[in-house]
Design a protein around this ligand. Structure first.
Ligand SMILES: Cc1ncc(COP(=O)(O)O)c(C=O)c1O
Length: 361
């Protein structure tokens, strides 16, 4: 028996990259591996994606971890540097920061003795109103960077969709129109706009670079579909053993707060995973768990190291059987919907104590 572990299917990852490449055509792929590769293990996933055009992470530490592990691909730092002291380190490590404020641009341009010029990306805000320069500043700042001795090549102009997971949302076309108007001031500029949702919805056909994250891991960005509908395969299979099976009688309750009471005699399986492993504590009664080919409901509160599952009136699973919390047989999209969150959060929250077993399939 084992406490929680996750099989990571590298074959599925490679398959998903092929599906993405087929969608992307001649566009380059910036694979998004932030937050420990969405919980799948940063270094191993980066090594496995040896032929992507670049890797995107959010933190300097993540980028340096990859360099220290011998990853030589271009790395893009999606939130740029947080401190000017980091800039020379990025330059010598060939890590390309996204510049999203005039403040960052000023910090870069004020360095006179940069060890070597660096490649940068320039982010404009076309409607997300989170990171990015105001559109009216984009042309001037871009041209300043283009001419700056600190900058090695023409910056890539990028933006980010707020609503690409709802392709018909009016916000998408407003953002595209604004991005196009900025592009028109910068002849032959190289651009990047599409995340997984925009790529699969065909929202940014003129992109030079696509930036898929979720789809790489086999998950659909769209609410009504799972990865399978998009020919993607789940990379993570989160599992744990059943470490106890017990019969309870009608009227008896299960777990902390006696929060669930059996309406009839039933068998309860105790599965060795809990919120200490990143399984969501707020998973309500009825959240699905897959055991031996069937889906059973969680009952009672999720604890730190355990969840309890109603196996029904026959003892349909036994001590030592494996439960799948999400994976190839139980889409994480379905679990997320039941829990009232998104697959991204469930994947990223998988805790360090959950062993990741890499499989070639
Ligand atoms: C700037 C940027 N690009 C691309 C992505 C990848 O998005 P997704 O995982 O939806 O494909 C993210 C993730 O949040 C992001 O922040």
């Amino acid at each position: 028996m084992r406490p929680a572990w996750a099989d990571i299917h590298l074959g599925a990852l490679r398959h998903n990259l092929e599906v993405i490449r087929a969608r992307a055509g001649s566009k380059r792929v910036l694979a998004i591996l932030k937050a420990n590769a969405y919980g799948h293990g940063l270094t191993r996933i980066a090594q496995e994606l040896g032929d992507v055009d670049a890797i995107g992470v959010a933190r300097v530490d993540e980028a340096l971890q990859l360099r220290n592990a011998g990853v030589t691909r271009p790395i893009v730092l999606l939130e740029g540097f947080f401190d000017a002291k980091q800039i020379p380190v990025l330059a010598v490590s060939h890590i390309q920061p996204v510049l999203h404020t005039k403040h960052q641009v000023g910090q870069l341009l004020s360095i006179q003795d940069l060890p070597e010029p660096m490649r940068v990306w320039l982010k404009v805000d076309t409607g997300m109103h989170r990171l990015g320069l105001n559109p009216e500043d984009a042309e001037r700042v871009y041209k300043t960077l283009e001419a700056a001795p600190q900058v090695a090549a023409r910056p890539v102009l990028m933006s980010h969709f707020a609503c690409a997971d709802e392709p018909q949302h009016g916000q998408n076309q407003r953002q595209i129109a604004l991005f196009e108007s900025i592009k028109a001031t910068l002849p032959d500029v190289t651009t990047s706009f599409a995340n997984s949702a925009a790529l699969f919805a065909g929202l940014a056909p003129d992109d030079d670079w696509v930036r898929p994250g979720l789809a790489l891991y086999g998950i659909s960005p769209f609410a009504q579909e799972t990865g399978r509908d998009l020919d993607l395969r789940a990379v993570m299979n989160l599992q744990a053993s059943i470490i106890s099976v017990r019969k309870i009688r009608a009227g008896e309750s299960v777990g902390y707060g006696a929060a669930w009471t059996a309406s009839k005699d039933t068998w309860i399986g105790i599965v060795a995973i809990g919120y200490g492993d990143g399984y969501p504590r707020l998973a309500p009664n009825g959240t699905p768990v897959w055991i031996n080919g069937k889906v059973y409901p969680i009952v009672g509160r999720v604890a730190m190291d355990m969840v309890t599952v109603d196996l029904g009136d026959t003892m349909s699973a036994k001590l030592g059987d494996t439960a799948q919390l999400w994976g190839p047989d139980l889409p994480v999209e379905q679990v997320a919907e039941k829990v009232g969150t998104i697959p991204y959060e469930l994947l990223c929250n998988v805790a360090r104590r959950v062993n990741l077993d890499y499989l070639e399939t």
